[in-house]
Design a binder for this molecule. Sequence first.
Ligand SMILES: C[S@@+](CC[C@H](N)C(=O)[O-])C[C@H]1O[C@@H](n2cnc3c(N)ncnc32)[C@H](O)[C@@H]1O
Length: 234
Amino acid sequence: MTRKTNRRALVVGGVAIVLVLGVLLSSALAQRRFGPPRATREGDAQLEKPPVPKDANEKKVLEILENIRATQSYRNVPPEDGRLLRLLAESMNAQNIIEVGASTGYSAIWMGLALQKTGGKMTTYEIDAGRAAIARANFERAGMADIITLVEGDAHEEVKSLKDPIDIIFLDADKQGYIDYLDKLLPLVRPGGLVIAHNITPRMADPDYMKAITTNPNLETIVRGGVGLTLKKH
Ligand SMILES: C[S@@+](CC[C@H](N)C(=O)[O-])C[C@H]1O[C@@H](n2cnc3c(N)ncnc32)[C@H](O)[C@@H]1O
């Protein structure tokens, strides 16, 4: 091997090392900024077990949720997020939930399980007429048509008419719109209420929304597995 070839090999090796270090450093910085990656959920999944229904109604609703996932190919939250929503709603005795982005009603039905126990209600918004029709049918067969109201239309406009105090806002629609929904609805969230936002990942989160929920002293925000959980402090 000539001295010239040796030098070229050294240069190529040096560039490769710098590139690898750059990638490692930027991912470490991203982790410091945004917390652990979604992959840490795999550990949770090893410990969690499927829900155990307490009564015939819960069994029926869980079967409907399974059926929606198996037969309807729309983008819904994963079951573990649905379970989290139900758990939070039931534990805080939620009386009024606002969901932005119903799609076919999967996440709403998870929260509906809680509302059947708390005696609360939900309003959910969907801009797509086809998905709205499927969601209504799903609420009907889950026995929740009386507690979940679906408003068809652009939620940016429709939420303006809301007046009642809100326990939980669940944002799962246009990501760039989260900041507008927050501006319009946060004044209605009761102290101790939650704003829960889906798809809060380094790639998808809107910087304006992130700034608003992480710099306001009246709010406490954590992000877990792509879900942003924001408490409106007492
Ligand atoms: C990811 S899907 C919601 C999934 C649903 N939360 C679930 O888990 O079953 C997002 C939905 O938001 C709806 N959407 C988007 N922009 C909207 C708007 N401005 N007003 C109301 N709905 C909107 C879309 O049509 C879509 O069905």
